[in-house]
Design a protein around this ligand. Structure first.
Ligand SMILES: [Fe+2]
Length: 265
C-alpha cells in the first residue's frame, strides 16, 4: 500500500472532462470544482505529512480527498446547482458513483469503507461517532475541504465581481440581511450552519467560524496563515448587523496567529 493514487487522479480528470463536454451553457463552475478537488487533495497531503500519518490512513485520506466531490460534476449537469437542498446530497451521491464505477474495488475493505464513509459524511454539519480510521479520514477531508473553500470564496468575493450565484449559493448580496443563528454561532465560538444563511455577508461570517472546526494543528496553521478568512471578514462593513461577529472572529484569528491555540469562547 502506498501513496500513489495516480490512476485514480487520471480517472477523475477523465470523468470531469466527459461531463464538461456535455455542458452546453456555462462550464466555469465545473472547472472550478475540478480545481477545488486537486487543491483539497493538496491540503490533505499537507495535513497527512505534517501529522506523520502512516498506512493505511494516508492512502484513505488521499483517496477520500480526491473523490470527496466526485458527484459535483453530475449534480451540476443534471440539476444546475450545487445546493444539495435543491437537488441531492452530493456526499451520498458520490458514494453511489464510486460503487457504480468500481473505483475502490482494488483497495482493501478497510480502505474502501473509510473512503466511502468520508465521502458520504464530508458535507454533514455534525458527524456521528465513528471507528478511528473512518473518523480521522473524514476529519482530514473536512478540514482540507474547508481550507480550500476559503480560498475559492476569498478569490470570488474579493475579486472584481459580480458574484456568481452558484458560488455564493444564491444568497442575496444585501448587507442589511443577517441570519440570527449565524451571528450567534460566531459570538459563541462554534461553526455556523449553511441552512441558517440569509446573505452573502452571512456567508463571510460562516467561513470565519470554521476556525472553530479545524481538527489538526496543520489545518489551524493553514487557516490563519493563508489569510483567506481574515480578508473575507475584513471586507464586512464597520457598522450593520455583522460588525460585532466580524470583530469577535478577527480578534480570535489574531489570537490564534500568536498562540496557535483555539480556545472556544
Ligand atoms: Fe463537497
Amino acid at each position: 500500500m502506498d501513496n500513489n493514487i495516480h490512476s485514480h487522479e487520471q480517472w477523475l480528470r477523465k470523468h470531469a472532462a466527459s461531463i464538461r463536454a456535455q455542458e452546453q451553457e456555462d462550464p466555469v463552475p465545473l472547472d472550478l470544482k475540478l480545481q477545488h478537488t486537486f487543491c483539497v487533495l493538496e491540503q490533505a497531503r499537507r495535513i497527512v505529512a505534517s501529522e506523520g500519518f502512516g498506512q493505511p490512513l494516508a492512502r484513505c485520506c488521499h483517496l477520500a480527498a480526491l473523490y470527496h466531490d466526485v458527484a459535483r460534476f453530475t449534480q451540476y449537469l443534471r440539476y444546475r446547482t450545487f445546493r444539495d437542498s435543491l437537488s441531492r446530497n452530493h456526499g451520498l451521491m458520490g458514494v453511489g458513483i464510486l460503487k457504480r464505477e468500481q473505483r475502490l474495488v482494488a483497495e482493501s475493505p478497510q480502505v474502501r469503507k473509510a473512503v466511502q464513509t468520508a465521502v458520504a459524511l464530508h458535507n454533514r454539519f455534525a458527524l456521528p461517532p465513528l471507528p478511528s480510521l473512518m473518523q480521522t479520514t473524514t476529519l482530514v477531508i473536512r478540514d482540507a475541504d474547508k481550507l480550500d473553500i476559503l480560498r475559492v470564496m476569498d478569490e470570488h468575493l474579493n475579486g472584481p465581481g459580480p458574484y456568481c450565484p452558484t458560488i455564493v449559493l444564491s444568497q442575496p448580496d444585501d448587507p442589511t440581511k443577517a441570519g440570527a443563528e449565524v451571528l450567534k454561532a460566531a459570538l459563541e465560538g462554534r461553526p455556523a450552519a449553511y441552512t441558517d444563511l440569509c446573505s452573502v455577508n452571512d456567508f463571510r461570517v460562516l467561513l470565519g467560524t470554521w476556525l472553530y472546526d479545524m481538527h489538526f494543528a496543520a489545518s489551524r496553521s493553514s487557516f490563519v496563515e493563508n489569510g483567506h478568512a481574515r480578508r473575507l471578514l475584513e471586507a464586512l462593513p464597520d457598522d450593520g448587523p455583522h460588525a460585532r461577529a466580524r470583530d469577535v472572529l478577527l480578534a480570535r484569528l489574531e489570537h490564534v496567529t500568536h498562540t496557535q491555540e483555539v480556545c472556544h469562547a
